[in-house]
Design a protein around this ligand. Structure first.
Ligand SMILES: Cc1cc2nc3c(=O)[nH]c(=O)nc-3n(C[C@H](O)[C@H](O)[C@H](O)COP(=O)(O)O)c2cc1C
Length: 167
């Protein structure tokens, strides 16, 4: 099994495009990532974050985050939050991002998204291979904008949701 072929194959798994935002000890930060729905009862999502990233440190401290699901007109946000590290810069200020206060968590919520989920960490997996931590988190509150459509990450490119498959 060659690593290159494996990378090509795994890139074919379609993913959501979200911004994970977090706040701890008066520092806020956010990064582009993917989130996966796990269960409805209880409402649970899962995310995987590199332990070397600034946002990881905020989530580790606060045990909370918001999942801001990007709409297909928010491509620039994905690039902004996914291309620089927030150890010394506040990406929200640098990129002039409009935010709102969340109702259940300290993390800021990004305006204009397809959906925003406010989450509290229920458990985390550290003993995974590589340098990622996996957070299983309960959704405490959410809102959704039905006028918008979510964006999809596939084969290292961004896509709009396409036509429905039918038999
Ligand atoms: C489309 C996209 C998806 C990404 N998904 C993840 C992810 O699931 N987990 C992760 O650790 N990094 C992911 N990244 C990379 C981080 O967003 C990026 O390294 C970011 O600059 C980290 O910021 P921070 O150090 O301020 O937390 C993704 C980047 C892009 C553009």
């Amino acid at each position: 099994m060659s690593e290159k072929t494996l990378a090509k194959a795994t890139a074919q798994l379609p993913c959501s495009v979200v911004i994970l935002s977090a706040k701890a000890e008066n520092r806020q930060g956010a990064m582009t990532a993917s989130a996966m729905y796990v269960s409805q009862v209880p409402p649970v999502l899962v995310v995987s974050i590199s332990k070397t990233f600034a946002t990881y440190q905020l989530i580790e401290k606060s045990k909370e985050f918001a999942v801001n699901v990007l709409a297909d007109n928010q491509l620039e946000l994905s690039k902004m939050f996914g291309s620089v590290h927030g150890y010394e810069v506040d990406k929200f200020q640098n990129f002039n991002i409009s935010t709102e206060a969340a109702s259940k968590v300290g993390a800021p919520i990004i305006s204009g998204c397809f959906a925003n989920f406010e989450c509290r960490v229920r458990s985390s997996l550290w003993e995974v291979e590589g340098n990622h931590a996996i957070y299983v988190a309960e959704v405490l509150a959410f809102k959704m904008n039905k006028e918008l459509k979510p964006m999809v990450w596939l084969n290292n490119r961004y896509f709009k949701v396409g036509a429905q498959c039918r038999i």
